[in-house]
Design a protein around this ligand. Structure first.
Ligand code: SAH
Length: 390
């Protein structure tokens, strides 16, 4: 394993061969520590909590390595991309996102479609409209459809199961992903038996105290984690994840999220920057950053070489080339919007969401161009999680 020497340390060693002042000694120790942490992470793909904090907080510190001008970030980025290329090549999977309802019984403080936002224009699309979206998506080469929505009590468990069955019947070579929040084991089982292949449910934050600052007291982090366990037990390809830079989030919280994900072993991980929404209690909160999100994508790719890792719409919203950058940091999935254009602008989780105006075909060709421009190609493939062959 390469032993990295922090740039500053090398400099200090040549400048001060003799007795160094205490402050410099401390600096030197810290820099040695960063280099050791990076080296350990690249070797073990895992760290203890305190070391994750060191890694994240020093992401832009210089480190001496074979290539000049390296930083923690650049070293991890290079490694992450090489991991991604060796598992997936330059192939990018696409998922057609169908946002079929923006009604929600919950009141998550960050979310624009929270029940308490009386100014949201609520909509539901019909099963026929959903199937039309799939038809259009299929023609465009999509082989995964993601049904996402708020927790909308209008839909009985059986209604959702019926929609899943219809899609699977018509498009038997496609995967169906559900993302409709927290439900009981039996409900998840019904949907799984109806043919749902995957489920997205971000833990949002693994820290219970932090969770309670982002959600009303009616929502429980323990229940959310139980849902994730249940989804795994039922054989769903399960997606977890968190917002980057959500209000009150500390580096220690992020470290806990990484440790939580490591214990869960999800097949998919979704992360994106928190972006404030004007009609939520977090309207005045600071947005998360693309730079930290990108760094964490590379960390996640190194921890989970085979995980399905999207460059999210939120990342593309906070930074114009966010999705391209996401891929260049180790993401391998893009989730273009297939929802009918008439409702696109109403599924607003946060301010200034991109791609709310274009037809599906336009979105699709735009993303194809963007991926081709950075040397990647979108493929026609279900893009299932590939277990390691023993
Ligand atoms: N009701 C479903 C789907 C939620 S929307 C569920 O509970 O899983 C999908 C994701 O969007 C959420 O999990 C959350 O992480 C993200 N999101 C919500 N509001 C956001 C905001 N203001 N900024 C960035 N991401 C947000």
């Amino acid at each position: 394993m390469v032993d990295f020497i922090p740039v500053h340390t090398a400099h200090i060693i040549t400048m001060c061969p003799g007795g160094r002042p205490v402050a410099v000694m401390e600096n030197l120790e810290e820099e040695k520590n960063i280099a050791t942490v990076v080296s350990r992470f690249l070797e073990k793909r895992m760290l203890e909590k305190q070391d994750f904090i060191t890694l994240i907080d020093n992401r832009d510190s210089p480190v001496v390595s074979a290539s000049a001008g390296s930083t923690v970030r650049s070293l991890l980025k290079v490694r992450s991309v090489s991991e991604t290329l060796s598992v997936f090549g330059n192939r990018i999977y696409v998922r057609g996102l169908i946002e079929f309802t923006n009604y929600c019984r919950n009141n998550c403080l960050y979310c624009g479609i929270r029940a308490g936002n009386t100014e949201a224009q609520r909509y539901r699309i019909t099963e026929e409209q959903i199937l039309n979206c799939c038809g259009e998506g299929y023609r465009l080469g999509f082989r995964t459809f993601v049904l996402q929505g708020g927790e909308d009590p209008f839909y009985t468990d059986e209604m959702i199961a019926g929609i899943v069955r219809s899609i699977k019947k018509t498009y038997s070579d496609c995967a169906v992903t559900l993302s409709v929040g927290e439900h009981e084991y039996e409900t998840y089982r019904l949907w799984r038996e109806a043919g749902a292949d995957r489920y997205l449910l971000r833990q949002e934050t693994a820290d219970n105290g932090h969770y309670s600052r982002l959600h009303p007291s009616s929502m429980s982090p323990v229940h959310r984690k139980q849902c994730l366990e249940n989804l795994k037990a039922l054989g769903y390809q399960t997606g977890a994840g968190f917002m980057v830079g959500s209000p009150f989030q500390t580096t220690a919280n992020i470290a806990d999220d990484l440790l939580y994900l490591s214990g869960l072993g999800p097949e998919m991980i979704g992360i994106g920057p928190f972006i404030h929404h004007d009609k939520t209690p977090f309207r005045n909160e600071k947005d998360g950053s693309a730079e930290l999100t990108l760094f964490l994508l590379s960390v996640l790719r190194i921890m989970f070489p085979r995980v399905l890792l999207p460059a999210t719409t939120a990342l593309g919203t906070i930074q114009n080339d966010g999705r391209e950058q996401g891929v260049l940091y180790g993401a391998n999935v893009i989730m273009p919007n297939l929802s009918p254009v008439g409702v696109r602008g109403k599924y607003l989780l946060y301010n200034n969401k991109i791609c709310t105006g274009e037809e599906a075909a336009e979105c699709s060709s735009c993303l194809q161009r963007r991926m081709n421009a950075i040397g990647y190609k979108i493929v026609v493939d279900r893009g299932d999680y590939m277990k390691e062959q023993n």
